[in-house]
Design a protein around this ligand. Structure first.
Ligand code: UN1
Length: 514
């Protein structure tokens, strides 16, 4: 398939006689010697392209090149490294529309959300450029005379990035823009569902590298590979850090392999995000937030709203308004204007949604809205669905499981502490929200006895976080933090330095050793 936006971005040049290169960096452009596979667009089920995977040998060579590039890059002053990221950000601005089109093609996300995803990339570039002058450590008072203590944050090494289909550019950008200013080389294994997104992002990096002569060309690369490559990456000691975003099952296996060699892993895994709606909530505001968080990206964000915990006195009226709002959703081709809900990513995703709905019914739940496949006014082979609303008990096993599809489980509470317990009782701990105008309830939710998630919001939904905050969560979500705040520290090594400028050698803790 020839698509103008792929040509404009330059992705086509990696396509040699029908198959895309599996390793692309500023220098290399290598054909894969591993298995080949086809990509399909969720929009209409049509084949996008053919790809081959890298073999373990090819990957090893890539890692050697990245390690060499790191050794050069760590010597470049951080503010200078920021200049490369500034150029990347400006190019992402210039090609925003085309980049969004690739995201929509491969993930099925509607265009406004795809544009928003590229905006996250642009925003994190701005953040990282500022950070490149702010990678500061502390000075610490030494207990010894004539001594000074300080800490420095130093580049870490090549960083492996594993990302998922649902945010095929933004999550890589969070890791990479920060990783680059921190002085690291980046090797990225994208989801096999979104290889063109990775090659498109790499095209932007390559354009930036052409304009910036101070960076080694292998500082940033993409490797298209299967689970075997993911495992090899995780096991390879040359990567001091493996940053992985995706399912809890994937994170568990990456975490185990990295842990075995005592490497660092930064995990951002599944969520099972809840919103508590109190009797003191502004229901109109809550309604709008629920709809965006539950059906946006067709329920395929890690921050998607999956559990709605409503005060029993307002449940009926809220659910009625919610059903009404769901009935007006425009579901269809995500490339078309005014569409709000695009397709699920593939048939497996549709099947897992159906399986979850069946389980919900058998566990005493009732589907009060949607759940079925939409076949009218949508491209034929795409998996389009009516988002589902299910009334069910908070402790039904299916409610504690993350299904990556638009299913909203609704349950009730009477006491605010009980609502917080329900919110916290699932294995995952990514995002959470409370709608209330009552200050005591709001503060309780944010207090040590409140939400146990990495993200806790008041009067906004669970999804759509800004890049300025640290992003990630606890428990089965993996504990990692990416993006803003001081998440950059994960991409550096801390060196504690004590300097003796006196003429004596006093020992700490007053020890006399003579
Ligand atoms: C994800 O789904 O992996 O907060 C990331 C959000 C987005 C990022 C989601 N900014 O919904």
């Amino acid at each position: 398939m020839t698509l103008q936006f792929l040509e404009t971005l330059g992705v086509n040049k990696f396509n040699e006689s029908g198959t895309y290169s599996c390793i692309v960096s500023g220098e290399a452009n290598t054909k894969g010697l591993g298995n080949s596979f086809n990509g399909y667009s969720p929009v209409d089920g049509k084949q996008t392209a053919t790809f081959t995977c890298a073999t373990v040998e090819q990957f090893n060579e890539l890692t050697t090149n990245a390690t060499e590039a790191f050794k050069e890059w760590r010597e470049v002053p951080a503010p200078k490294r920021g200049e490369l990221v500034r150029i990347i950000g400006n190019l992402a601005r210039e090609y925003k529309e085309e980049l969004a089109q690739v995201i929509t093609l491969e993930s099925g996300k509607i265009m406004p959300e795809a544009l928003g995803e590229v905006q996250e990339w642009i925003d994190v570039c701005d953040f990282a450029v500022g950070l490149s002058r702010q990678l500061h450590g502390l000075t610490i008072a030494s207990e010894r005379p004539g001594h000074r203590m300080m800490e420095q944050w130093l580049p870490l090494g090549p960083v492996a990035v594993i990302s998922a289909f649902n945010f095929p550019m933004a999550v890589w950008a969070w890791n990479t823009m920060l990783g680059l200013v921190c002085g690291n080389a980046i090797v990225w294994k994208p989801s096999e569902k979104t290889p063109l997104c990775a090659l498109a992002a790499q095209c932007i990096v390559n354009k930036a590298l052409e304009k910036f002569s101070d960076a080694p060309k292998n500082i940033c690369s993409v490797v298209i590979g299967d689970a075997e490559i993911g495992k090899t990456m995780s096991a390879d000691k040359r990567y001091p850090l493996v940053s992985a975003t995706g399912s809890t099952a994937m994170g568990r296996s990456v975490g185990k392999v990295v842990g075995e060699r005592l490497g660092r892993s930064l995990l951002e895994l599944g969520g099972n995000n809840a919103m508590i709606v109190s009797q003191y909530a502004d229901l109109e505001l809550a309604l709008r937030a629920i709809v965006f968080a539950a059906v946006g990206t067709a329920g395929q964000r890690c921050t998607s709203l999956r559990r709605l915990i409503v005060h029993s006195s307002v449940k009926d009226s809220l659910v009625e308004r919610l059903k009404q709002a769901y009935s007006t959703l425009r579901i269809g081709d995500p490339r078309a204007e005014n569409i709000l809900v695009g397709p699920l990513v593939d048939s497996a995703s549709f099947e897992s949604m159906q399986k979850a709905l069946k389980a919900a019914k058998s566990q005493g739940g009732s589907i009060i809205y949607g759940g079925d496949r939409v076949s009218e006014n949508v491209p034929e082979k795409g998996f389009y669905v009516n988002p589902a609303i299910v009334e069910i008990a908070h402790d039904a096993p299916i409610v504690h499981h993350e299904t990556f599809a638009p299913i909203l489980y609704v349950m009730t509470f009477d006491d605010i502490k009980e609502a917080i317990d329900i919110q916290n009782e699932v294995p995952q701990g990514l995002s959470s929200a409370m709608f209330t105008e009552n200050m005591r309830e709001a503060e309780l939710f944010l207090s040590p006895s409140g939400s146990d998630c990495g993200i806790a919001n008041i009067n906004i939904g669970t999804s759509g976080a800004e890049i300025g905050g640290a992003f990630g969560g606890e428990k089965d979500t993996g504990g990692g933090r990416e993006s803003g705040s001081d998440a950059w520290k994960s991409y550096m090594r801390r060196s504690t330095n004590t300097i003796n400028y006196g003429g004596d050698l006093p020992l700490a803790q007053g020890i006399v050793f003579e």
